[in-house]
Design a protein around this ligand. Structure first.
Ligand code: NDP
Length: 485
């Protein structure tokens, strides 16, 4: 193991060991073997990070927006410069195909910095004139130290989606990536130094949720928490933050419907559904894991969809032409297998996949692989159709009418996103209006304009981020009222 492979915390602009001196193995999912060490930090490390962030806040919050913008743009450029290095690191750390990290994750991380770096140059402040009495204007000021916690499925993509707006508007931050996928957050710190980000503006503390995540959410000097992860964890974050009246944004799980009407362009719907079902091995919170197809085209859809899915190449994530890599961890793999067994018990028919595949090569002999799995014949109300699996497993269910499928779509505790495939414009509007999810895609999936509000309804989250929503979330509006004398 080289010294590079020992990840360090980043506090006050320095790479430092965790105070307790403990490390965890960082496993490469494709091989099942440790390839680096990640700090097993605790509340003491979070304390140091908060102190550094607090110290940096007065200077950074008073830095002109143009200067903050310049530094963030430089970070964006440096990520682009190091695209290959970052993409390799992300692929090795997560098990996702290198092509996906190269084409989606890392470019998006760079775009996040670029987007918020320029957004802060174009903000406006509201003014309200109280007839003959006073003049009001709104100041939107940074809130102080922000706590940023992100999951393992899109590591740098999601962490940068929080870091960029938080620091762009003048906050300082203490961030925690998932301890399963810490590498690109570690690499980012080096680039922040190179870009000239002042010490203490961004601090990254690695470690487990119960040790580091909880210390962040409970810390009285962290006033703002942006969390992305599972619904159960989100509940703990909300419980920890509520007594301290923290401002909290929760981006949580999903069990998203993907609805194909008989009048859809089936070719496009099938191609889109293959992506929305199995991109990143189905480990995207926005994946459409419940596919509903109008009865008259159900058989045709199932057979053509299976044919397309069976062409997906599962293999070593670092190899060219691979569509499906490894599942992120052994625990996650076991969860996926548990749900496939449950589907069998619930009467499901495994149309495709469902069994552990042969290892794709010698290097990946002990990797965590599972094939794209398609299940039919399950009732809409069964557990497999209600609980988030977060893996390459989808169900397909027929429906008879628009009313029926809207009921199915909404009959879960989640409400993150949905896709609707139809050529009928009136129907598209009608259905979009009635589905309870934060995002509705019509004839597409995962088209993400960074300006739009993003978040979930019901147990998929509280609050919205993205574009203006993120700028508002990370600032405190203050009304200044001037009497008209
Ligand atoms: P988790 O909820 O397990 O973890 C998310 C983050 O929270 C991790 O960094 C984790 O650390 C940390 N954490 C764990 N316990 C605590 C705690 N008590 N206090 C504070 N932080 C804690 O989610 P996963 O990492 O398993 O990610 C998958 C989930 O994320 C899925 O449910 C998915 O739907 C959701 N997700 C939602 C998205 C959205 O935008 N709505 C986008 C992407 C994913 P550690 O890794 O150490 O456990």
């Amino acid at each position: 193991m080289t010294s590079f492979d020992k990840i360090q915390n980043f506090i006050d602009g320095q790479f430092v060991e965790p105070g307790g001196g403990n490390y965890l193995d960082n496993i490469e999912p494709a091989t099942g073997k440790p390839y680096s060490l990640v700090p097993d930090s605790d509340a003491r490390d979070v304390e140091l990070a908060v102190a550094a962030a607090e110290k940096a806040f007065p200077g950074w919050s008073r830095t002109p927006a143009a200067e903050r913008s310049r530094i963030l743009l430089r970070i964006a450029d440096l990520i682009e410069r190091d695209l290959e290095k970052f993409a390799h690191a992300e692929s090795i750390d997560t098990g996702k195909p290198l092509s996906l990290a190269r084409g989606l994750d890392i470019p998006r991380a760079s775009s996040n910095f670029r987007f918020f770096a320029t957004a802060i140059l174009h903000t406006e402040n509201e003014a309200h004139v109280t007839d003959g009495v006073a003049f009001n204007y709104t100041l939107r000021q940074p809130r102080g130290v922000a706590g940023l916690i992100s999951p393992w499925n899109l590591p740098l993509y999601l962490l940068s989606w929080k870091i960029a707006p938080a620091i762009a508007v003048g906050n300082t931050a203490v961030a925690k990536p998932s301890e399963l996928t810490p590498m690109t957050a570690f690499l980012l710190c080096e680039l922040c130094r190179e870009a000239g980000l002042p010490d203490g503006v961004l601090n990254i503390v690695h470690g487990t949720g119960p040790n580091v995540g909880a210390a962040i959410t409970e810390h009285p000097k962290i006033s703002t928490i942006s969390f992305t992860g599972g619904t159960m964890t989100g509940r703990k974050v909300a419980e920890a933050g509520a007594p301290l009246f923290k401002k909290i944004s929760l981006e949580l799980g999903g069990k998203n419907p993907n609805i194909i009407f008989a009048d859809a362009d089936l070719e496009a719907a099938i191609a889109g559904s293959v992506r929305s079902s199995f991109a990143n091995q189905g480990q995207v919170c926005l994946c459409g894991s419940r596919v509903f197809v109008e009865r008259s085209r159900y058989d045709e859809f199932v057979s053509r969809f299976k044919e397309k899915v069976s062409q997906l190449k599962l293999g070593d994530p670092l190899e060219l032409g691979v569509d499906q890599g490894a599942i992120v961890s052994k625990t996650q793999l076991q969860k996926v297998m548990y749900y496939v067994d449950l589907a069998r018990q619930e009467g499901g028919k495994i149309e495709l996949g469902g069994e552990t595949p042969l290892p794709p090569n010698e290097r990946c002999r002990e990797g965590y692989f599972f094939p794209p799995t398609v299940i039919t014949n399950l009732p809409v109300s069964c557990r497999v159709n209600r609980e988030e699996i977060f893996g390459p497993v989808i169900t397909i269910t027929p429906f008879e009418s628009e009313e029926e499928v809207i009921r199915y779509a909404n009959d879960v505790e989640y409400g993150l996103s949905s896709s609707v495939w139809t050529q009928n414009l009136s129907r598209a509007h009608r259905v979009a209006e009635q589905i309870n999810s934060g995002t509705v895609w019509i004839n597409c999936w995962l088209v993400r304009d960074l300006r739009v509000p993003f978040g979930g309804m019901k147990q998929s989250g509280v609050g919205r981020e993205g574009g203006e929503e993120a700028l508002r979330f990370f600032t405190e509006p203050k009304n200044v009222c001037i009497a008209k004398c």
